[in-house]
Design a protein around this ligand. Structure first.
Ligand code: AMP
Ligand code: MG
Length: 411
């Protein structure tokens, strides 16, 4: 019999990502939400602008509007009225005349240029123009920000706080988005206690579900917390079956390696399919990806740093993909390392680093120190990963390395 848990060797990180993304079928159900609930949601259709922004030519300055032609021969014009934001000038502004105008106010019909008031001298209704100017100076053209009918955002965009503002500026008050994913969280381990509870001998506080919940909140998914599950095969099986019924994705942590109390893989094999479970990365070698009857499954390692890094580097892109967000390669930047970095060929490393500009203005990075996979504060102290390729060996001080700045999901 083929044992699905004994997949040989370690899968390179890029291949794991590829396998996962090609196995995942994105959700297709959509819903309409008000703009106030749109932050972090994923657009299911492109947004085209129903209006011009700005809706008409208007002034970029407090000053005086006129026809450029008027100033070909004159340095003084007669003021014939005012155009205020929301209260446009209704009359005619002929050659030799100008209109007092405020920032954002509609340009009078016959005017094409504005002079800022600091460059004018006013005596009664006579305005003297003191500076040189060009035609169309200080005028914001109709539609210069967004033209009516223009595609503003494509489907698959995760709406940011800026986007919410842009949508509001178009007069849009509801958007069609993909429905939220439901993600079940389970923490396995007899030794785990929730914060706030007293610890017995040998216990530790459960932290994985807490940063996962916080990270998933930023992703805009709905989290169903199954709490702590004891290291018991039946209890884990029951929890997985229940979670599978309620969620699109089940994420567990702990029990995924090869210890005596590690039942996660076994249960996953019995209930569903394991796609892979050993990755050539550090931290995080034991990371299981597979499917249950109704959901996808991510089995994170128990060690907090490993759980956090695999959740961020692997589970998160997969979840985004499920939400119809196209996978984007992380941006890597070269920085000079100020610390020598221990590394053996064989696994891709995501070491924790602190990047900054040194006195010479160069981008440099230093290690946060001990890289143990239980030292969660090494992630808290860092602002970037130092990404070292699988076959890379030790790195000496002064060499250049790739860094990946922490993104919003870790902040
Ligand atoms: P495991 O993968 O279950 O063998 O766990 C590896 C290490 O991570 C052990 O030291 C566990 O106590 C610890 N661990 C497992 N789950 C959690 C959790 N949810 N929060 C904090 N530490 C954990
Ligand atoms: Mg355990």
């Amino acid at each position: 019999m083929v044992d699905c848990c004994s997949a040989p060797g370690l899968l390179p990180f890029d291949q794991a990502m590829e396998k996962m993304l090609s196995a995942i079928k994105p959700i297709s159900e959509t819903e309409t939400v008000p703009l106030t609930q749109a932050l972090g949601r994923v657009l299911s259709q492109a947004i085209t602008s129903p209006v011009n922004v700005p809706p008409n030519d208007n002034s970029a300055m407090d000053g005086y509007a006129f026809s450029y032609q008027s100033l070909q021969h004159n340095q003084s014009l007669t003021m014939v009225g005012r155009s205020m934001a929301g209260q446009p000038f209704q009359g005619q502004c002929e050659l030799g005349q100008c209109v007092r105008i405020m920032t954002g106010a509609k340009m009078p019909e016959d005017c094409d240029t504005v002079e800022m008031q600091e460059n004018c001298q006013v005596d009664g209704d006579i305005v003297q123009f003191l500076a040189q100017r060009k035609q169309a100076d200080n005028v914001r053209s109709m539609g210069e920000d967004i033209a009516k009918g223009q595609t503003v955002f494509s489907a698959g965009r995760v709406l940011t706080s800026i986007d919410v503002g842009v949508l509001a500026s178009l007069g849009i008050d509801t958007v069609k988005v993909y429905r939220q994913l439901k993600v079940a969280l389970l923490s396995t381990g007899d030794e785990l206690k929730q914060p706030g509870q007293p610890l017995s001998e040998g216990d530790i506080y459960e932290s994985n579900s807490h940063f996962l919940q916080a990270m998933l909140d930023k992703l805009g998914v709905e989290v169903i917390d199954f709490g702590i599950i004891e290291d018991d095969e039946q209890a884990i099986q029951n929890a997985f079956m229940l979670a599978d019924k309620q969620a699109d994705v089940v994420i567990s942590s702990g029990g995924v390696s090869v210890g005596d109390a590690d039942y996660t893989k076994k249960v996953l094999c019995e209930l569903g399919d394991i796609n892979f479970w050993k990755i050539a990365m550090k931290p995080g070698k034991p990371f299981a990806f597979g499917s249950l009857p109704n959901s996808y499954f991510f089995g994170l390692p128990g060690n907090p740093v490993s759980a956090l890094v695999t959740a961020h580097q692997l589970a998160l892109p997969a979840l985004l993909n499920m939400q119809q967000v196209a996978y984007q390669q992380p941006v890597l930047i070269k920085a000079k390392t100020e610390s020598a970095l221990k590394k053996s060929p064989g696994r891709m490393d995501f070491q924790r680093g602190i990047a900054y500009n040194n006195a010479q203005g160069e981008l440099v990075v230093k290690s946060t120190g001990s890289q143990g996979s239980g030292i969660l504060t090494s992630m808290a102290a860092a602002n970037c990963y130092i990404v070292l390729a699988q076959e890379q060996g030790r790195v000496e001080q002064g060499e250049y390395v790739d860094i990946q700045f922490f993104d919003k999901y870790l902040q």
